[in-house]
Design a protein around this ligand. Structure first.
Ligand code: NAD
Length: 498
């Protein structure tokens, strides 16, 4: 393993060569307009690179490249076992470049490089490997139609998949879409978030090195209102996979209606509840995970456990435990392995978080944090923050803050806890802590969430579907179910002489 000391991360970061052009038809190219935008390191304010600012013309070029590749079958009609070989090589290449991939995300959006190199980058390799290994083991069906008829029911790739992704897990969100869509035989045009395009551009280059043919995987960095909208409205994009905010997810549904009725798969926001019952035997573990559930990745996690419902009898003690953990999770330089939390993605997001915090100081009981801070005199950093005695109607309990801000709400009964947990426009994830098996089953059953974690938080794997209910979106990333989004069911009916 390579050296992961603070000094070596800084040295490696200084020597990085950022890919800054769009990746279209197997080549790095400038935007047709020649325009660029700055990629900024939120921990320092430094400009990392000038990125090609793609717009509708570049999206057209990328979609045309994806379409040509799809039609001539260079990938779409390759045997699944051969696609597997290429995608396994890509997984190996990500592993061979693990430190670089981790650094790109850390520098681009402020996450701890230690997390990026142990979670995000290995996760990306793992997910590519998982879909690669799966794709030649998925069987189609023969319908029970009877003699004289052979009806084949198969899953076929859709064509050109547009993917629009957020900045909180840049490499992994790109991977969740691309790995499944590519494994299924589609071409992909990916628009990464404007705050964090660097890892997606390097990923495209590694995919080409692995043997993904030209035109099959394209990356068009740029802004949502131009490049993202152009993909959403494009008449020749067959499916749009989106991860981001609920407001923009709704726009993609409209873009589809205004264009070619492409299926849209929105994975959107969350305000996940974490329920702590007094009959939980290991409250220290519950506190560890409750803190992790809101402070990991600076709270910039769609499924962050941002609403903490605690049974009143144990609430004050539990909040004390959380305060200790928050105090031990202060932000620092994302490249320093000693740092416990990184930088917020940018100035806009930092100011948005601080507006919630300042309003919250008037309406709830701030027990720790609550300030914006600098690290080495600069950057976008927010202290881990906890508000106690938050009421259910407070914006702190209703809105997605997408920062390290926890709202604690006491409850008196199981029914009340479930009712408050479900009282949200979101339904992405939920957690329950109890050692009463019947209660665990009963409460999990009643919680309206795509994933319920019992005696842990944010349980997630390649084998299990991830996605939401209500305004957290629909469709599922991960697991074999994700392949359903990127394929259509096709019936081929053959008459024969019985
Ligand atoms: P965002 O919705 O602002 O942006 C997401 C993507 O959409 C970006 O690529 C952006 O450029 C693009 N976009 C923005 N406006 C657009 C428009 N008008 N037309 C077309 N494209 C547009 O979200 P964000 O701030 O990047 O990410 C944070 C959000 O992502 C949070 O709400 C979070 O909960 C959500 N998220 C959800 C999941 C999930 O799996 N459900 C996972 C991660 C993040």
């Amino acid at each position: 393993m390579l050296d992961h000391t603070y000094e070596s991360w800084k040295t490696r970061a200084a020597g990085l060569n950022f890919r800054h052009q769009a990746f279209i038809d197997g080549k790095f190219v400038d935007a047709a307009s020649g325009k660029t935008f700055d990629s900024i390191n939120p921990a320092t304010g430094a400009v990392l690179a000038q990125i090609a600012e793609c717009d509708a013309e570049d999206v057209d070029r990328a979609v045309a490249a994806g379409r040509a590749a799809f039609e001539d079958g260079r990938w779409s009609r390759m045997a699944p076992g051969d696609r597997k070989t290429v995608l396994l090589k890509l997984a190996d290449l990500i592993r061979a470049n693990l430190e670089e991939m981790a650094l790109l995300d850390s520098l681009d959006m402020g996450k701890l490089v230690t997390d990026a190199v142990t979670i995000d980058a290995p996760g990306s390799a793992h997910f590519f490997q998982w879909y690669a290994e799966a794709i030649d083991k998925v069987y189609d069906e023969v319908a029970p139609t009877g003699p004289g008829d052979l009806a084949l029911v198969s899953r076929v790739p859709l064509g050109v998949v547009g993917a629009v992704t957020p900045w909180n897990f840049p490499l992994d969100m790109a991977t969740w879409k691309a790995a499944a869509a590519l494994a299924a035989g589609n071409s992909v045009v990916l628009k990464p978030a404007e705050q964090s395009p660097l890892s997606a551009l390097r990923l495209a280059e590694l995919a080409a090195e692995a043997g993904v043919p030209d035109g099959v995987f394209n990356v068009v960095p740029g802004f949502g209102v131009t490049a993202g909208k152009a993909l959403g409205l494009h008449m020749d994009v067959d499916c749009l996979a989106f991860t981001g905010s609920t407001a923009v997810g709704k726009m993609f549904m409209q873009y589809s209606g205004q264009s070619n009725l492409k299926p849209v798969w929105p994975e959107t926001g969350g305000k996940s509840p974490n329920l702590i019952f007094a009959d939980c035997e290991d409250l220290e573990a519950a506190a560890d995970m409750a803190a992790f559930g809101i402070f990991f990745n600076q709270g910039e996690v769609c499924s962050a456990n941002s609403r903490l419902y605690v049974e009143r009898a144990i609430k004050d003690d539990f909040v004390e435990k959380l305060i200790k953990r928050a105090e031990a999770t202060q932000p620092g330089d994302p490249l320093d392995p000693a740092s416990k939390m990184g930088a917020i993605v940018d100035e806009t997001q930092t100011q948005g978080i601080m507006r919630f915090v300042e309003d919250g100081k008037q309406t709830a009981n701030l027990v720790t944090g609550g300030e914006r801070v600098n690290v080495d005199g600069k950057g976008c950093f927010v202290q881990p923050t906890i508000f106690d005695d938050v009421t259910q109607d407070n914006p702190l309990a209703r809105d997605e803050i997408f920062g390290p801000v926890l709202s604690v709400i006491p409850f008196d009964s199981e029914n009340e806890a479930v009712a408050m947990a479900n009282d949200s426009i979101y339904g992405l994830a939920a957690s329950v802590w109890t050692d009463n098996l019947s209660r665990a089953c009963r409460v999990s059953d009643r919680l309206m969430a795509g994933t319920v974690s019992v005696n842990t938080v944010d349980a997630l794997s390649a084998q299990t579907p991830f996605g939401g209910m209500k305004q957290s979106g629909f469709g599922r990333d991960l697991s074999l179910h994700s392949l359903e989004k990127y394929t259509a069911l096709k019936t081929t009916w053959i008459k024969y002489k019985a």
